[in-house]
Write a protein that binds this ligand. Structure first.
Ligand SMILES: [Zn+2]
Length: 110
């Protein structure tokens, strides 16, 4: 962990991966983030609709591509592979970057 400034800086590596149509990095769907993100969000983010800031696609968060075999979790848009969310967990903090999402549309509990 290098601190908040480095965490927020987009890296060119993201763009390279996003441009590759046959990404060799293994991933699972966004549903795999439910456990970790439920610690941060007290809402059902998996069912929420999210708009990708990169391509404008609107999908259920659970349909995104989640890369969990890393120091943190990286969630990418299924349509353009742009980074939607990054989450890094330390013993005392969460570092959450949602800059790839224009918005989340979350159903209120009835
Ligand atoms: Zn996208």
């Amino acid at each position: 962990m290098n601190g908040p400034d480095n965490f927020a800086v987009p890296d060119s590596e993201d763009q390279d991966i996003a441009a590759a149509p046959h990404d060799p990095i293994p991933y699972v769907d966004g549903n795999a983030t439910a456990g970790a993100l439920s610690e941060v969000f007290r809402i059902d983010i998996i069912a929420a609709l999210g708009r990708c800031r990169h391509c404008g696609s609107v999908r259920a968060f659970g349909e995104a591509m989640a890369f969990t075999d890393a120091p943190g979790i990286v969630v990418r848009c299924r349509d353009c592979h742009g980074v939607l969310l990054r989450l890094v967990e330390t013993p005392s903090q969460y570092w959450l970057d949602l800059s790839g999402l224009s918005y989340l549309e979350i159903d209120r509990e009835e």
